[in-house]
Design a protein around this ligand. Sequence first.
Ligand code: SF4
Ligand code: ZN
Ligand code: ZN
Length: 314
Amino acid sequence: MKCKTCGQKAVVNMRQHKLALCKEHYLEWIPEQTARFIKKYWMFGPDEKILAAVSGGKDSLSLWDILHRLGYQVDGLYIGLGIDEGIGYSQESQRLTKKFADERGLKLHIVDIQKEYGADIPALEDKSKRGQDKPCSVCGLVKRHEMNRIAHNLGYDVLATGHNLDDEAAVLFGNTLSWSRELLPRQKPVLPAHDGLAKKVKPLCRFYEKEMTAYAMLRGIEYIYEECPYSIGSTSIYYKELLNRLENERPGAKLSFYLKFLDAREKGLFAEQVESSTAPMFNCSKCGQPTKYDGECSFCKLIGIPSDEPSLLA
Ligand code: SF4
Ligand code: ZN
Ligand code: ZN
């Protein structure tokens, strides 16, 4: 297999794009494509300050690397979740993120949930008593709150996350199975800022997970290979496996599933629901952040729950 650009030996063959590239041209192609997606979806301009949420994994570190190479003003935010049972997941991911930033002279903000709020994610999950066997919903709530808080307090214009096509297609698949009128309209590469919520963008949303793995490896980015221990056996991983089986039989099916959805929403498929999802927000009476509820936001309720009291969460 030869590189389509220079004819040298290809190291990456993307059946879904009918494109094979050598290392040099692949490392150029990914940032070029990212720049194209940023423009196509009106994500941000050269003057905007970007905060990239980085977890130490291949996607978010590659995102930071790419945006920096493209010349954007981009700093990193690492949220220490305290998920350290077994492999020391949080400690190792923080170490690799810090190393990445130090080696490139990039600015990294670190927020430690335990230090900030006196409890890590496993402890908050215990307190929330949501009755689930995984702390992902508590963890998601904490991450959303902290990302928005830091972006707002430090004056960033945009919050960028490293979601790839496999992530987006799996979420879309789950939302489609339940025909979620609430969640389907909200799934898009750009969520505009509104009512105190920072603008959120996903510049890697059209790249397959394996394309990001190849980028991180060929670029020599040191990232954490292990997944978060709580992700094992999750529904999203199951959906990813199902979609990979489909993709193996029909290369390009995953990308087409996602892009045709974006196209349909662009043509007004969810116009009615989008109207209703922009309902006015309240400001949390405790932290001041936007919330759907009048009074304290879900995050402040969670943090404020004494360990021996039942959950106040909806
Ligand atoms: Fe948090 Fe769940 Fe993701 Fe782990 S898998 S980082 S607990 S959301
Ligand atoms: Zn080449
Ligand atoms: Zn609050």
